[in-house]
Design a protein around this ligand. Sequence first.
Ligand code: ATP
Ligand code: MG
Length: 267
Amino acid sequence: MITWNDNPDQKNIIDMSGIGQSYDGGENWIIKDLRFIIEDKPDQGQFAVILGMSGCGKSTVLRYIAGLQKPTQGKVLLNGKEVDESQRASMVFQQYSSLPWMSVLDNVALALRYQGASRSEREAKAMEMIKLVGLEGHEKKYAQYPSLSGGQLQRVAIARSLLANPDILLMDEPFGALDIKTKLQMQDLLTSIWHKFHSTIIFVTHDISEAVYLADDIYIMKAAPSHFVEHIPIDLPINRTRATKRDPRYTALVHEVEDKMIAVSEM
Ligand SMILES: Nc1ncnc2c1ncn2[C@@H]1O[C@H](COP(=O)(O)OP(=O)(O)OP(=O)(O)O)[C@@H](O)[C@H]1O
Ligand SMILES: [Mg+2]
């Protein structure tokens, strides 16, 4: 069973407790007594992966953290403050979430529109992120398929989210629709971003091998009513490469997580 660190001196970047969600105004709780606490590790950041069966509330948890939805019960704190307009995390969705009538540059720069920066300053910062995600030369293209491929569109969304708030990145099955090679490239891009910005990345996937490859920690949710039931620390070396996937410890962890997922689905 999951245990949370209740040390009062611990600083948490995300702190949700007593979370409940009902949609009918009554006692039909889809989420009940949900707790999700992620310690702030400013000098290293961290990669937390959420796993759970379809419909168990993973996207809902991300929407709370992004300030796109408020729970019926309980509070969502980012760095000790309730989520609001001034502090929220930015999200990358499975479905490409860029504005297709705008250029790549304008999409990424949009993250800074409400921060009072001049257009040239916004564009300079956006270009830095565009270079970082490997899209230099594509900045004038419309952010739409097929001018850009699926993987490139996800790079646009990652650049925009990073510019909006590099401290917390929320990713909801972002690589689910990508081919295997692009997926591996995107996984490594994300790992390099995590190490560069010391971001806290909260990542939802159905792919257990992807979860073990990327995560510092895996959290498993159960449904009906939803809450977190398992925490699995991933004790692999922090720098992951393709060789990691040949490590017997990696294979053992994939099996362990799979067994826990099955057990949780039968709870
Ligand atoms: N407006 C709503 N009214 C009623 N139920 C809702 C509403 N929005 C979401 N739900 C329910 O909340 C639950 C959690 O949904 P959520 O999208 O968070 O699941 P998920 O874990 O992300 O699933 P998936 O893996 O399929 O993406 C689901 O059972 C869904 O039917
Ligand atoms: Mg979902």
